[in-house]
Design a protein around this ligand. Structure first.
Ligand SMILES: Cc1cc2nc3c(=O)[nH]c(=O)nc-3n(C[C@H](O)[C@H](O)[C@H](O)COP(=O)(O)O)c2cc1C
Length: 185
């Protein structure tokens, strides 16, 4: 089973980036065979004219679509900006609307922000549901005060409650994948 992570923060020292790394480490320890990280920083701004009939979307777009298409599940880890979804992340999702890789894909939305990112979390879940992804509610989390819960130097989660919540979220996400795998056997 392959878990793909997408971070909504492009910042080099992003706490969501550190959290995403920790989530993927927990996932590998929890039985996910493979993990990968999607790159969204090089995507062009979405324009339907670049994506229509006869258009060849830029390479990063193809790479993102392939990564999401190959994943059994996706975890989105993002800060909240001005009570909304960071533009880079919304742009990435816009590139994936018509290509349909998210259809029926189990997704967890984790927002880690100063206040937890309730607004961005709700908006992301709504957008993903509209894209007909399977948003796994038990796998969605808001994480307030993220800066104090991760060690930027080591990449470790320093907050036991957060580590446990992430383990539970990953378990719920994995359970959402299982029925399809079982059918395929
Ligand atoms: C432009 C901007 C807008 C922000 N807006 C919010 C907000 O609406 N709610 C919130 O909880 N934090 C907000 N923050 C604080 C971020 O959540 C915090 O800086 C977070 O650590 C950023 O994530 P990162 O470390 O992964 O880049 C904002 C930060 C920036 C730079």
């Amino acid at each position: 089973m392959m878990l793909l992570a997408i971070s909504g923060s492009l910042r080099a020292a992003s706490s969501n980036g550190v959290l995403m790394g920790a989530v993927l480490e927990l996932a590998r320890a929890g039985g996910w065979d493979e993990t990968a990280v999607a790159r969204i920083g090089e995507l062009p701004l979405f324009n339907p004219d670049l994506d229509g009939e006869g258009a060849t979307p830029a390479k990063p777009v193809g790479a993102l679509r392939q990564a999401v298409g190959q994943a059994d599940a996706v975890v989105v880890v993002s800060p909240e900006y001005a009570h909304g979804v960071p533009g880079a992340l919304k742009n990435a999702l816009d590139w994936l609307v018509s290509s349909a890789e998210f259809v029926d894909k189990p997704v967890a939305v984790i927002t880690a922000s100063a206040s937890g990112g309730e607004y961005a979390n709700a908006q992301l879940r709504e957008t993903l549901r509209m894209m007909t992804a399977t948003v796994v509610e038990e796998a969605c989390l808001t994480v307030p005060g993220i800066a104090a819960k991760v060690d930027q130097a080591t990449g470790d989660i320093t907050d036991d409650a957060l580590r446990e919540a992430l383990r539970r979220a990953l378990g719920a996400l994995r359970a959402a994948v299982r029925p399809a795998s079982t059918t395929a056997v």
